[in-house]
Each structure stands twice: as structure tokens, then as C-alpha cells.
Ligand binder design. Sequence first.
Ligand code: HEC
Ligand code: HEC
Length: 407
Amino acid sequence: MNLKSFRVYAKYKSLLIGSLIIGTIVACKELVPDPPADDQILDGPVDGLSGEQKIKFLRGDVAFNDDIFTQETGLGPLFVANSCGTCHAGDGKGHPFTTLTRFGQNDANAGNTFLHFGGPQLQNRAIPGFQPEQIPVGATFSNFTPPANTGLGFLEAVPDAILFALADENDANGDGISGRINWISVPPYCLIRPGTIIKNGKYIGRFGKKAAVYDLLQQTANAYNQDMGISSSYEYFNTYDGQEVDPEVANQTVLDVVFYLQTLKAPIQRDQSNPEVQAGKHIFITINCAKCHIPQLQTGDFPIAALANKTFFPYSDFLLHDMGPALDDGYTEGSALTSEWRTPPLWGLGLSKNSQGGHYFLLHDGRAKSIEEAILLHGGEAQSSKTAFQQLSPTDKGKIIKFLESL
Ligand code: HEC
Ligand code: HEC
């Protein structure tokens, strides 16, 4: 059974059981919705997985979406939510209700000096008998709305050399747009990729809104630990008191979730042949949006064949950019300055509303309620591109928005 028919089957089965319980054998078939088209949903695997890989994907899917942790299974003592899927519903962007807060300080050279106060993440919930954390006096903080987590295996498979070549830290080409790598320390459990570029003992960060994470294993281990208070043998200290504890999630489960994230398909563009969409893309390139939101990138060799040596269309360079004072929260991660953010991929943008309750909540903290508002909050290195957008005619602005909604 392929994955889609498996899911339809699962839905059909649960409806069947439900209708048997209430004793009415209604026409179940009519109740079962047709599966949505592949380009309308973010969930689902990349093409080209083997049978065994599909099973691993499904195991990861279940652990990601259906493993709801309780006090008995290790939740907390301090936590933010009780499953990955709570914050990443349908693998799409999260709602402000699921926003989390990180705290630290505004000096990127100091490391996070609030780690011993439970930082960087604010665990604002606790099991009975424990006190949730509060932001310590003197700390700065930033709110993060969950991003969609689709297509990230492609990003993991991009050779360091490509990101390194895209960076233009000192703006040598004088276009006002630099693009910087967040050089980070990597925990010992990360598998260092062949071809990794190391500078002064630091590695290229590519995941997270401040690009402070090396790979999807680190992202996942951090999420179990910091978001749910679930320790693994990768991150085995207790978020409450820093003591070592027995792992509460099996390594195999962590690795299944990593595999699930690696092999979630990239969002599929819709309406590509619509002339307005095509015109919008052209304007997007002309006014330099595409200098940061780079349309396409290339993967290199990778252990998962379905991801190796592929072209993909993220509309991001995954580098840090100074976005100006309006987006400066005074919070740093790794060497990322307070006003610097990793260019978010724009793929899947048009589907964001589906998982955000029918409204857009864009930018790192969901403060922009429309695509246009997100653009108008750009500053810093994106100032001149933003100004060019403001000077467009309403029709041309509409074309750009239409293009962005097709992604
Ligand atoms: C409390 C809500 C919450 C929970 C629970 C949660 N996440 Fe996240 N997740 C976030 C937020 C917010 C971000 C953005 C953080 C950042 O970029 O630094 C994020 C980012 C991510 C990313 C994307 C990184 C990128 O580069 O785009 C992945 C992948 C991810 N989480 C996986 C997981 C996994 C796996 C779990 C469960 C083990 C999980 N998350 C649990 C809120 C959550
Ligand atoms: C200098 C690099 C740069 C340029 C140029 C740029 N952007 Fe961005 N863009 C970013 C960064 C970085 C963010 C994230 C900022 C944040 O989250 O606070 C962003 C966020 C966005 C978002 C919100 C995405 C989301 O998922 O929340 C949209 C939409 C967007 N940009 C569109 C555009 C358009 C259209 C243009 C051209 C007018 C443009 N950008 C030019 C770097 C850039």
C-alpha cells in the first residue's frame, strides 16, 4: 500500500470504527473526504524512497505527530508542549499560541550567559509540584513562531562549499547585501558531514531562525529536551536542574524522527503557468528579493539517495542577514547578531494559512499578518529591495503577492 492510500485507509478505518460504536452504519464511504492533492499539503515523503525507507518515514511520522508525552512517560518537569505535532501541526507553520520564547543577552561574543538560569528556552509550563520558568531579570528575549519543517532534508544535503560561496560577509560585490554564516560549536554526537568547512573550530550552522543548529539530529535532540523536557542519550541533561538522567526517548525513535524530517517532501509550487505568477516572479528577481530568497539550490552526495544531487527551490540562501532595527529583538544565538536572521525559505508560503487558523502570522515571531506587511517590515540589508517594492504600482505588487502565494 502506498503512503497516501495508507492514510486514506487509516481515516476510513477510524470512521468505520466510530460509526460502529454509535451503532449507525451510515454510508462511511461518503463521509471519507478525498485525499487532498499533493500540492495542497505539506505532509508526505519525497519521491524515490525504498519500501524500507517508507516504513521508517511512517515510524518517524507517528513519533512526531502521535507520541503525546505525559508525566508518566517523562514529560517535564519543565516543558513548553507535549508533542512535536502540537507546535508543528500538519508540518506547517505554527500559530502564535505555539510560539516559544528564548532568552539570553545582546552580546554575540559572550555566549549565552543565562544558561544557568534555564536558558536559552523559556519552559513556561511545569508538571505539578514544579515552578514554570520566568524570564530572568536582565535577560533579553525573542519569540519564535514554529516554521514549517518541510523539505529540510534537501537543506541538510547542500554541501558546505555552496553556502560558503554564497556568503559575502564584507559585501565585496557592493550590492548592499552581505549574507553571513553563523559559525557555531557542534555537540559531539553530530555526525560531521564529508566536505564540512571548519573555521577556528567552528562549523556552519544552517537550521533554526538564527542558523544556530548544525543538523536535523541536533534540532531534534534539542526539541525533545528543550520543548518537552524529554531527555535522550544525545541531550541527556535535565532541563530543570542540569543533572544527568536516564534517557526518556529511545535513540531509534530520535533517529526515526530525524529520518522523517529529512524525507518530508518539499512544498510543491502551484499555478506555475499563470501569467501573473510568472510576471510576479520576474519582478521579485528584478527588485532583488531573489538575492536573499534564492530560487534554487543544489544538493550534493548524501546517504539518502532520494536527496542526493538534486535541484530544489527553497527561495532562500539560508544565510544570516541584518534586517534592521524593526526586527532586532536584542537576542543572539551563536555568532548571529541581534538584528540578524536566517533568510526563511518561502516555499510553502501560500499554504501557511492552512495551519495558522486561516490567517498569516509571518516573520520570526508571527508579527506580520499578511505577506505585504512582512515585506514592509524588511530593513537593513533588505532596505533598498523593500523601497523598490513600495514604489511598484498596485498591479505589480499584486503580481508579486500572487507569485509568493503560489509557492
Ligand atoms: C513548543 C512548540 C514546539 C515543539 C513542541 C516542537 N517545536 Fe520544533 N520548532 C518550534 C519553533 C518555535 C521553531 C523555530 C526555532 C528556531 O528556528 O530556532 C522550531 C523549529 C523546528 C525545526 C525547523 C528548523 C529549521 O531550520 O527550519 C524542526 C525541524 C523542528 N522544529 C523539529 C521539531 C521536532 C522533531 C520536535 C519534537 C521532538 C519539535 N520540533 C517540537 C516549536 C516547537
Ligand atoms: C537581505 C536579504 C533579504 C532580502 C533582499 C529580502 N528578504 Fe525577505 N526575508 C529575509 C529575512 C532574513 C526574513 C526573516 C525576517 C524575520 O523573520 O524577522 C525575510 C522574510 C520574508 C518573508 C516572510 C516569510 C515567513 O515565512 O515569515 C517574506 C514573505 C519575504 N521575506 C519576502 C520578500 C520579498 C518579496 C522581498 C523583496 C521585496 C524580500 N523578501 C527581500 C531576507 C531578505
